[in-house]
Structures are given as C-alpha cells and as structure tokens.
Design a protein around this ligand. Structure first.
Ligand SMILES: NC(=O)c1ccc[n+]([C@@H]2O[C@H](COP(=O)([O-])OP(=O)(O)OC[C@H]3O[C@@H](n4cnc5c(N)ncnc54)[C@H](OP(=O)(O)O)[C@@H]3O)[C@@H](O)[C@H]2O)c1
Length: 251
C-alpha cells in the first residue's frame, strides 16, 4: 500500500518504524518538513520517499495519514487536493476531528485514530473510529485496535492516555521506596516491571471491582488500598480526568 504522511514528527516516526519492522509491505511518502527526521527514516529504510511538497504526498498515496502539529492545519488541508478514492487517517488530537474531516473534502473514507509511541514496538492500544475492515487489517499488526462507537468514545480513550506520566511517576516513587529499603535500583525496576505487567495482563476482559475485592481480609493489600482510599488517592486518578476530557472536548 502507498501510505503518505503529512507531518513527520514523534508519532508519525513511531508509526512508520512500527510498520517498517514488519518488512517492506508498504511504501511511505513523507512530507518534507522536519528534515532531520525524514532523512533519518529514509537512510534507515529503503521503502521511503521524501516528497517535495504536501501535495506530492497526497498525489502519491492511497492512504494519507494526517500527523502534523500545525495551528493552521485546517487552512493547510484546505489548500491540498485529495481524491475521492483515498483513505484518510487522522491522528491529530489538537484540532476537532470534525474540522479536519471537513477540510479534506470528498474522500473515500476518513478515520480518527489515537496511536501511542509504543506503536513503534507494535504494542499498546490504538483507539480507532469508525470500525472498518480496512483499519483493522492495516493497524492490527501494530497493536491492539480498539474501535470506538462514536467520536466521543475516542475522546474518552484519549483522556485515559493522559495518565502515562502519572503512571511513570508512581513507578518512580515506588522505586525510591525500594531503594530507601536497601533494594538495588536494577532489582527494583526488574521486579516492578514484571509485577505490573502481570497485573495488566490480568485485567483483560475482567471485572475491575471483583479483582479489587479479591484480597485477604486483614492482609497487606487491604491495608494499602484502605489507606489510599482514605486519602482519595485511587479515585483521584479518575477525578483528574474530568478537566482533562473537558479540555479534549473544547479543543
Ligand atoms: N506524540 C504522541 O504520542 C501523539 C499520540 C497521538 C496523537 N498525537 C497527535 O499527533 C499530532 C502530531 O504530534 P507529534 O507529537 O508527532 O508532533 P511533532 O513531533 O511536533 O510533529 C509534528 C510535525 O508536523 C510538522 N508540520 C507542521 N506544520 C506542517 C505542515 N504545514 N506541513 C507538514 N508538516 C508540518 C512539524 O514540522 P516542523 O518540525 O518543521 O515544525 C513536525 O515535524 C498532534 O496533533 C498530536 O496531538 C501525538
């Protein structure tokens, strides 16, 4: 498939590396800005062409991924001529998808996705809307595709992705605790990464409430969760997402 990228920054680079790790199934056409990134990608993979202009990207591609960070994105897109046979995939999270959809005009299909940088290693969730065989086939090799029923569902999943830094900060504090108890940093990180990965594995298709209640009465887990609940610390993770989703809805 011929896949064009309008905007080649962090997330486009991660997607392209994820795809290229699968071999040369696709050819990529990159917009010319961010010379450093496009030069690096073109030097590493032979199935990449750096285009002369954004219109060149659109003209060369069957699928166009919109991945630019531009305050004037609507004007930039309105200045391009898309074809009615093209599939457009928008990853831009900083402009309402409805505005981006309108700016590209008549196209074959328009999808909204939220990839994460982990797509580079072909792991992690990819929120996508609307559900289609095309998106499923294209993106499933890159991670777990979770289809949204509505654009608002996409916004809800996007809010959850706002907790990445919080999660790592919790890990950081736990590592400090381990080290203060004399456990070496590398042992602490090995143990915690295996421990939390196993908890994450456990929650697939699970009832979270039931899992949370599965603890020995009077045991260590009850002691820790009760102390955290008394401080409002577990519910706070959800509470902070109220203003986060408000901001997403106003974007
Ligand atoms: N990073 C993530 O994890 C992530 C995840 C999901 C969604 N997103 C969304 O994806 C979008 C891009 O994010 P990013 O993190 O990849 O940003 P980024 O690293 O800043 O990359 C954006 C790229 O867009 C280029 N650009 C700006 N105006 C352009 C134009 N008119 N034509 C072509 N390219 C243009 C920029 O070029 P210059 O360098 O020359 O300015 C830059 O290289 C954002 O809307 C973001 O919310 C990001």
């Amino acid at each position: 498939m011929k896949i064009g990228y309008l905007g080649v920054g962090i997330i486009a680079g991660c997607m392209i590396e994820g795809f290229c790790g699968l071999g040369e199934q696709h050819h990529f056409y990159l917009s010319p800005r961010n010379v450093q990134k496009t030069t690096e990608l073109a030097a590493e993979y032979s199935n990449i062409t750096v285009c002369e202009s954004n219109q060149h990207v659109v003209d060369a591609s069957d699928v166009v991924v919109i991945s630019m960070m531009a305050s004037n994105i609507v004007d930039v897109l309105k200045g391009l001529k898309f074809r009615p046979d093209q599939q457009i995939i928008n990853v831009v999270a900083t402009t309402p998808p409805e505005d981006v959809r309108e700016a590209v005009g008549t196209v074959g299909s328009f999808s909204q996705i939220i990839p994460l940088p982990s797509i580079k290693h072909r792991t992690g969730p990819i929120a996508a809307y609307p559900e289609s065989d095309f998106l499923n086939k294209l993106l499933s090799p890159l991670g777990t595709v979770v289809f949204a029923n509505t654009l608002d569902d996409i916004r809800t999943m996007q809010a959850i992705t706002g907790l990445i830094a919080t999660f790592y900060d919790v890990m950081h504090n736990l590592a400090i605790f381990c080290e203060s108890e004399g456990l070496a940093h590398d042992r602490a990180t090995s143990f915690m990464s295996a421990f939390f990965a196993s908890l994450a594995e456990n929650i697939k298709d699970a009832d979270f409430d039931e899992l949370a209640a599965e603890m020995t009465p009077g045991g260590l887990n009850e002691m820790a969760v009760t102390a955290l609940q008394e401080r409002g610390a577990t519910k706070a993770w959800a509470d902070v997402l109220v203003p986060v989703i408000e901001r997403i809805k106003k974007a």
